[in-house]
Design a protein around this ligand. Structure first.
Ligand code: AGP
Length: 367
């Protein structure tokens, strides 16, 4: 095991640090500069087949579902076709209406999650087309879907997923680009997204280089019995995944809210004992997000802001973590990376078994 850890204390840490290289590998051969699109032969869908879909439904479980929510927003942003995500574990039990004009997309690291596999079968039984974003080559889901995109994240040992989730979100960006280019996305915008994708490995490395500051912030958060993760629109799935990671390995209560929902109830809980991690990218919602963070501060709650360089937070944050800017549609991929290290370092500070959290299995093959 020591040999496989390659100098890291835990597999989770190793996998977080593998990302710059694994993302580079995933993108190799998949970016088509000539047409400003993504090359996705494994989808088994020609451009004219892709064109016929009027809606996208994303299905996955746990963190894969949260990434799916982000993926659906990338598809709406780039392809301008309605897309949404649903836990596969709910979908399979509710007699869903399957439409021939909808593209169903399942997302799974292991390719063996029972609820996701049954969702695939339910879609196919009722005549729908389902493609997969899967990491494990030759897994059950990879074999049963009609086509797909392999994530090429390499093996992931830690129960708490990190690099596979990053690869899922990039898989969605590739799919959204391909769908966008057969709908309304211009060649120039396609090239803009390609350039953004190419910048990701170096930008992830830049975030990882700031690990010390993240560890310090995580140690602070680890002392709280409960915390919030808040984000708005594209930042909301980032908050959901951040809270999930924190819960899984620290056993602390962490809850995600859309920032805009705070005033509709959860603000009542804010006190000096309940810190928040706030996702505040530099986008058209930045001012609203800063105001919400100020409301948390006014009630004595600490705010760890994950933000972009140049965003003026003033007294809205007690600590600040910066990630480099990319394209607005791809920014959530980078905003998620610090949350991996926050969860990791909080769990280490608490002395928890980071790679083997209690009550959880790496892949949930039971129903
Ligand atoms: C991630 O940290 C979790 N352990 C869990 O939510 C996981 O993402 C989920 O069970 C789905 O697994 P899959 O990607 O292998 O289908």
């Amino acid at each position: 095991e020591e040999l496989e850890l390659g100098g890291h204390d835990h597999f989770m840490h190793k996998e977080i640090h593998e990302q710059p290289e694994s993302v580079e590998r995933m993108l190799t051969g998949r970016l088509d500069d000539r047409f400003g699109t993504a090359k996705l032969a494994g989808l088994n869908l020609e451009p004219r087949d892709l064109r016929r879909f009027e809606r996208v439904k994303v299905l996955g479980c746990g963190s894969a579902y949260y990434v799916g929510q982000l993926g659906a927003s990338m598809i709406e942003d780039l392809a301008r076709i309605p897309a949404d995500a649903e836990p596969a574990s709910e979908f399979r039990y509710r007699n869903p209406i399957i439409e021939p004009s909808t593209l169903y997309v399942v997302v799974s690291q292991s390719g063996e999650t029972a609820d996701t596999l049954f969702a695939v079968r339910e879609v196919q039984r009722k005549g729908g087309t389902v493609v997969g974003l899967v990491n494990a080559v030759g897994s059950s889901i990879a074999r049963e879907v009609d086509g797909g995109i392999y994530l090429h994240a390499g093996p992931e040992v830690a129960v708490a997923s990190t690099k596979a989730l990053t690869h899922m979100s990039i898989g969605f960006a590739l799919l959204a680009l391909a769908l966008g280019r057969v709908h309304d996305l211009s060649f120039a915008d396609g090239q803009r997204i390609i350039a953004g994708l190419r910048a990701l490995p170096a930008q992830i490395a830049e975030i990882l280089a700031g690990e010390e500051a993240l560890a310090a912030a995580a140690e602070e958060l680890a002392t709280a019995p409960s915390l919030f993760f808040v984000g708005r629109v594209r930042g909301y799935p980032v908050a959901r995944e951040g809270a999930q990671k924190f819960k899984e390995i620290t056993y602390r209560h962490a809850e995600a809210y859309p920032t805009s929902e705070l005033k509709h109830g959860p603000l009542a809980l804010i006190s000096p004992e309940l810190p928040s991690v706030a996702i505040i990218p530099e986008d058209d919602l930045v001012e609203r997000n800063i105001t919400a963070a100020q409301e948390i501060r006014a009630r004595g709650g600490a705010v760890v802001a994950i933000t972009h360089p140049g965003v003026e937070l003033g007294d809205a944050a007690t600590s600040r973590i910066e990630v480099p800017r990319n394209e607005v549609e791809l920014d959530p991929i980078l905003l998620t990376i610090p949350t991996q290290l926050l969860g990791y370092h909080a769990a280490v500070a608490l002395g928890e078994d980071v790679d083997r959290p209690r009550n959880l299995a790496k892949s949930v093959t039971v129903e």
